[in-house]
Ligand binder design. Structure first.
Ligand code: FES
Length: 133
């Protein structure tokens, strides 16, 4: 955790990364925030912001889907709970997804950039692009 000079963690710093109309209910969207790749997911009026790459073998999670409250990876079909990022059963040694504070303000989707920078999703490492398949 990054602490400021008073020993306190930095307060939230929400930055707009998309507009609500670009993320339909049940959809996902890849966005960048200060060079970090994230994936947004929407369930009703709830917005979730996760690391953009699967912790198993780096698939681009925005190419996956949402099923029954879980984000399903497009590459090997591990799934992650929207509420806390927990990985599905049977995936030993695969970490939970990093989940960041997100909110809707007006028509903007905003993510806490300080939370992302405190616990980066993985920088600019290569991701698997499955869109050409
Ligand atoms: S890369 Fe996501 S489950 Fe393997």
């Amino acid at each position: 955790m990054t602490l400021n000079t008073t020993g306190q963690s930095a307060p939230p710093r929400y930055i707009a990364v998309a507009t609500v109309d670009t993320l339909p209910d049940g959809g996902m969207l890849r966005v960048m925030l200060e060079s970090h790749a994230l994936v947004l997911a929407r369930r009703g009026n709830a917005i979730y912001a996760f690391q953009g790459m699967c912790p198993h073998e780096k698939a681009d999670l925005s190419q996956g889907r949402i099923e029954e409250g879980r984000l399903v990876c497009p590459r090997h079909l591990a799934s992650f709970a929207l509420d806390d990022g927990a990985v599905s059963a049977g995936w030993r040694n695969v970490a939970a997804l990093k989940l960041y504070p997100a909110r809707i303000t007006g028509d903007a989707i905003e993510v806490d950039a300080n939370a992302v920078n405190r616990n980066p999703p993985g920088g600019n490492r290569q991701v698997w692009d499955l869109s050409a398949r």
